[in-house]
Design a protein. Sequence first.
Length: 260
Amino acid sequence: MTRADLRADCGNCFGLCCVALTFAKSADFAIDKATGEPCPNLDEDFRCGIHQKLRPEGFRGCTVYDCFGAGQKISQQAGASWRAQPGQRMFEALPIMRQLHELLWYLAEAVELKQTSPIHSQLREATDRIEKLTLAPDITSVDLPGERAKVNELLVRTSALVRGKQSKTKERRGADLFGARLRGADLQSTNLRGAYLIAADLREADLRKADLIGADLRDTRLEGADLTGALFLTQSQVNAARGDQATKLPAALNRPPHWG
């Protein structure tokens, strides 16, 4: 699978994220919604009735979410919608399939990089293993923590191969950078795995080849920032951040419409 195969295709999905997921009334969602309860904005054709105005209507969280193509895969495997058959198995499968597809996204990115040639065979073996798991009859039995641990070892090696040896100042794994003022900062090749960058000011910052896996980018200011070649950045992270037309993104990611 390529990363193109791991993009959400809502037209081939039964609106699973609008039913399977729980909403809690907050700044991200205008209502409370239980698992298995269809969102009131979901139309009969499984399209969102307020797709073009989700943010003004109080559904900011919907514009951030990305399923990595898990929704359409489960829908196509099921063959019939949750309206035509009991949907509990589909609802239970969605969060698990999404995590497996997320791992496939990272692996697909890693194998695309020329610096990872020494571990290409291991990356492909891991990809084959995860792909087989996505086709399992009962995906709920998958050992997700175990699979994440195995893949993470390869992703850490990928990061080291791409970023090269760096000074201690470039090691910011898990750092609390909430609201940090880092405008114009040189963060090239910095390890920001799992860093808390909520509402941080990274305008015009250099984030080329920075490892951003698991970094919290909610409301992070990325106007004019350069994320060319940033490692393991996802569409969900980009959707949660704030950017503009001057923000440079990796080629595999789309500029969110709400960036303006």
